[in-house]
Design a protein around this ligand. Sequence first.
Ligand code: ADP
Ligand code: MG
Length: 336
Amino acid sequence: MPIRRLDPTTINRIAAGEVIERPAAAVKELVENALDAGARRIGVTIEGGGIGRIEVTDDGHGIPEAELPLAIERHATSKLTDEALVRIATLGFRGEALPSIGAAGRLTVTSRPAGQDSAARIVVDGGAVREVEPVAGPVGTCVTVEDLFHATPARRKFLRSAGAEAGSCADAVRHLALAAPAVGFSLTIDGAASFDLPPQDRRERVAAIYGRADAEKLLEIEAVREEVALRGFISPASLTRAAARHQHMVVNGRPVRDPLLRMALRLAYRERIPAGRHPLAALWLEIPAEMLDVNVHPAKAELRFAAPDAVRSLMIGAVQRALATPADLAAAPSVS
Ligand code: ADP
Ligand code: MG
C-alpha cells in the first residue's frame, strides 16, 4: 500500500484513544474547559456510567457562535499562543478534547457568550459535523456526550461495568472540585444527586468531599521554599484507607496523579503505616510555571518537574513535620 495521509476523522479517533481513555477522562476534559472559561458554577450529570450520557453545564464566558466550528476542530484552541508553551496557565491548551470526544461519540456543544442574543449549537457524531443552529439557552456552555465510544468499538470493549465507570467519573469530579473550591459543583448520577456544593474554601471543600468525621482529624500542612509552596491536609498515621482513592494532588490548579508526588507521600509515611494502607491527603502545590512541564501526558495527568528533588524533599519534610506533632496533643484542651 502506498503512503497516504490519514483523514481527519481517523486522526481524531486515534487521538481519542489517548486523550479519552474512558468516560471519566471526557468528564475531566469538559470540566477543565468550564473552569478555563471562568465558570462560578459547574453541573455534571452522568448516565449509564458516562457511556450513555455525560452533560457538563457552566456559567462561564461561552463560545461565540462563529467560533463553534473551530472549537471542535483539532489543534484549535483559544488558550495557547504558539510561543506560550513554556508558561501554561490554563488547564487545556492542546485543542484536542472536543474533537477527540466528537470522534468517539456524539458531542453537542451549546453555548452563549454574554453579548450574544441567543445560544447556538453544534453537533459532531463519530467525526461528522452538523451545521451550527440557533437554539434557546442561558449564558454559558452546555456540552453533552452521548453514546461515547460507539464509533470506536475496540475501546468500548475495554470499559468496566457502568457502575465502575460512573465511580471513576465521580472520582474525577471530586478531584476537580478540590482543585477549584471557589467554584460551585454539583454531580448527579443516574438521576440521583451525589453532591451540590456551594463555593467554599479549601478546608470546607475537603470536609464536603472526605466527610466531616474524617476531615476533622486531618492535619494541616504548609511548606514554602523560595517560589514553591505546598499546602493542604493529611491524615495522621492512625487514619488510613485500603485504597489510595482519598489522595488528591493539585498542582497550579491542575488535578494530577503524578507518580513523583505520590511516591514522596508514601515515603513520608514509611514505617508509620502498615504496608497496603494509604493515608488521606489533599495537597495543593504552587510552583512557577517555568519549573513545570505539563505537556508530557496526553491526558495531562502527569508532570515533569525541573527540580524534582526539591519538590520531593519539600513534601517529605512538610508531611513528616506534621506527623511528628501528635494530633491528639495539638487538639487536646490545655490543662494547666
Ligand atoms: P483546549 O481546552 O485544549 O483549548 P478543547 O478541545 O478542550 O481544547 O476546547 C477547544 C476550545 O473550545 C477551547 O480552547 C475554548 O475556546 C472552547 N471551549 C470549550 N469548552 C468551553 C467552555 N465550556 N466554555 C467556553 N469555551 C469553551
Ligand atoms: Mg480543553
